[in-house]
Write a protein that binds this ligand. Sequence first.
Ligand SMILES: [Zn+2]
Ligand SMILES: [Zn+2]
Length: 278
Amino acid sequence: MYPHIHLYVLASGSKGNAAVVEGPKGSLLVDCGISRKMLHARADEIGCDLGRVRAILLTHEHGDHTTGLPVLRRHFDGPVYTTAGTASGRRSLSDIRFTLIDHDATLELCGMRVTAFPTSHDVNDPMCFRFEVRDQGEDGQDEVLDALGWVTDTGYLTDEALDALYGCRVLGIESNHDPRMLASGPYPYYLKRRVAGDSGHLSNDQAAAALPHLVTRDTETVVALHLSEQNNRPSLAVRALAQAVGAEKANDTYTEARTADGLLSICASSQHKPLAVW
Ligand SMILES: [Zn+2]
Ligand SMILES: [Zn+2]
């Protein structure tokens, strides 16, 4: 695959999430859990042009994915896509004009095919997405030129998620917690159960277990998403994902890993520093 899609993770974690998926004909903002001001500051930091954003996609209603939306909405005319469950799931969203879609919808946006799939989270009707740039070959067959998968805030990967995330060039996958750190960490019991449960968050081990089924020869970059600051370390997430696909550490701190042939690299997103993946 050739990079037709670029990813800018502006913030990722329980204090706020926002990412820009840049396609051939514009960009999509996925979630808006940081302020408009921070959105612009983070985008500027890594050369991401927010002026290209044509639509917003909302995965679910939790505050760390929606806090910035009410203010941003006043400055943004384009469609905001989400499910009816998400749109009605939070009082702060009640005045926002949404374009409602199903959690298995297919949209054509910004020169990309966007395929939604359901996730498993303690909210009304959450979803995540696969983004593809396609072309019709000379034989009339539809050909995938580039693909990016995005999954976060899910207790496990649904069958639809596993299908949708297969063989992407860039894969953003939740790697929320180290199960041992969570078990021995400061969270109260009910919260530990929630995070580790089927409607909570994907652990390093769960993401690692899925990788061999999702990564193909087309996969160039795996980005660990939504890392817990209490119950995880970037090095633990990257190490777990790296070991699952036979990658070795690429720096001393183990915050980057790479396969011996150099074709696949693994890194971690951050709450505090934006990340660009080309
Ligand atoms: Zn979240
Ligand atoms: Zn959530």
